[in-house]
Design a protein around this ligand. Sequence first.
Ligand code: NAD
Length: 295
Amino acid sequence: MARIAFLGLGNMGGPMAANLGKAGHEVVGYDVVAAARDRHTAAGHAVAAALGEAVADAQVVITMLPAGPQVEEVYGGADGVLAAADASTLLIDCSTIDVATARRVAEAAEARGLAMVDAPVSGGTSGAAAGTLTFMVGGPEAAFARAEPLLAAMGKTIVHAGDAGAGQAAKVCNNMILGISMIAVSEAFNLADALGLDRQKLFDISSTASGQCWSLTTYCPVPGPVPTSPANRDYAPGFTSTMMQKDLALAADAATSTGTATPLGARALELYEAFCAAGGDATDFSGIVRHLRRK
Ligand code: NAD
């Protein structure tokens, strides 16, 4: 069993840290926000008062932070992880961030002789709580081999995607598919409404025909056909539109920096930006169906 410092105890990090504890690891959490630390303590878990205190004796450091700037600060700052960690410590960043930052932080870790992987997740807060997340992992084979059993305590599918940054590359490509496909499915239901076609009939046909996809069959954006989808609880998240906007912006940046044509990804980003600006920011991303209907 490992001594683990878990930094970032938010919607995802809190339950992920709890699952590591349940698996028998010795986990010390840390978050800059006192309320997050208090929530974690109240749930019966150990919390440190400062980052250095959490990292000092840790064999493994796991981070689950909002975005690239926080990851860069937490690892690279004067009192950050790279300065505080022992040379044998394994570093695992599970945050969703841009590929360039992931590679920069991994290089800085390597320069200090520290093993590191980027391991962003798919599966949302329900997957984090249930321990069924999918991890997409980038980094050297040896670091992946050390990380895999720890990730298995928080998820059920763990894929080694390639070298440093490959986990983030996989995440950004996957979520660009998701953002585009949710809009496609939403447009189809809105068109069906306008044509007088029953929603359930469209679902029954398309879910077994060539229109089949996750946005339709697991996360259907209209109430009814998939009882567990956010559409049945007035689009309470789930996965907010703000997060989808962030991930589509990461995809757009990656497309620009590599000179890749992603016209539908770019349009999906514009539509999510408009939806967020119109007040949909805290709504589940499948709520874009209502925004498109209003337009
Ligand atoms: P969150 O905002 O709930 O949690 C992030 C936590 O990091 C917060 O508690 C914040 O206080 C803490 N934090 C910020 N700066 C810090 C610092 N310097 N030191 C320590 N703690 C710090 O976000 P979340 O929903 O838990 O998402 C975390 C990451 O997971 C994001 O990158 C997100 O894109 C990704 N993700 C989220 C979901 C989801 O459904 N929520 C799904 C997949 C991936």
